[in-house]
Ligand binder design. Structure first.
Ligand SMILES: Nc1ncnc2c1ncn2[C@@H]1O[C@H](COP(=O)(O)OP(=O)(O)O)[C@@H](O)[C@H]1O
Ligand SMILES: [Mg+2]
Length: 167
């Protein structure tokens, strides 16, 4: 397990991280996002969507559970954006047939993903967002499974580039 923690001090920065993170994602990747209400999960997904050249606005699929976006990035079939807050758990996720969607083509991001963890494969990437000291501080903990070392390195280099721009 490889953990990478990054602090952001604005929604824009969190979104920017999402854009960078998108560049290491590929077909069939599953990312589960955890963190309480207002942590910035949807904000981050918005950045990922922008990085994948999804057109239009990304909102939380709070009531519909799933939004499927069409990414313009070549070779990528879908961005599946879940919010499973309203589900009872892994069984409920499977009952809806959602586990199959995450095994099919496309990139899958699941807000409140820890609630359905048992329905997901072990090689999901996890992003745990916690609150920092100041109102707009967030700490993003990226937890990568074994085998993603190259992606972690690439992501770290991209992050260094961003941090280098700061005054
Ligand atoms: N550093 C930050 N990162 C992300 N969001 C932030 C940050 N600071 C303040 N915010 C605000 O927190 C809220 C996050 O909302 P949202 O992304 O919908 O959270 P969630 O999906 O986790 O419930 C937004 O209103 C956003 O403007
Ligand atoms: Mg949300």
């Amino acid at each position: 397990m490889l953990v990478l923690s990054v602090v952001t001090r604005s929604a824009e920065k969190t979104r920017e991280l999402g854009v960078l993170f998108a560049s290491i994602l590929r077909e069939r990747d599953v990312v589960l996002l955890t963190g309480s209400l207002g942590a910035g999960k949807t904000c981050f997904v918005g950045g990922v969507a922008a990085g994948l050249h999804v057109k239009g606005h990304v909102s939380s699929p709070t009531f519909t559970l799933l939004h499927i976006h069409e990414p313009a990035r070549k070779g990528l079939s879908a961005l599946n954006h879940f919010d499973v807050y309203r589900l009872e758990g892994a069984d409920d996720f499977i009952r809806h047939g959602f586990d199959e969607i995450s095994y099919e083509d496309g990139i899958t991001l699941i807000e409140w993903g820890d609630r359905v963890r048992d329905a997901l494969s072990d090689d999901a990437i996890e992003l745990a967002i916690t609150f920092g000291q100041n109102e707009n501080d967030r700490i993003l903990h990226f937890i990568f499974p074994e085998g993603r070392e190259d992606d972690v390195d690439k992501f770290r280099r991209l992050l260094d580039g961003v941090e280098g721009q700061e005054p």
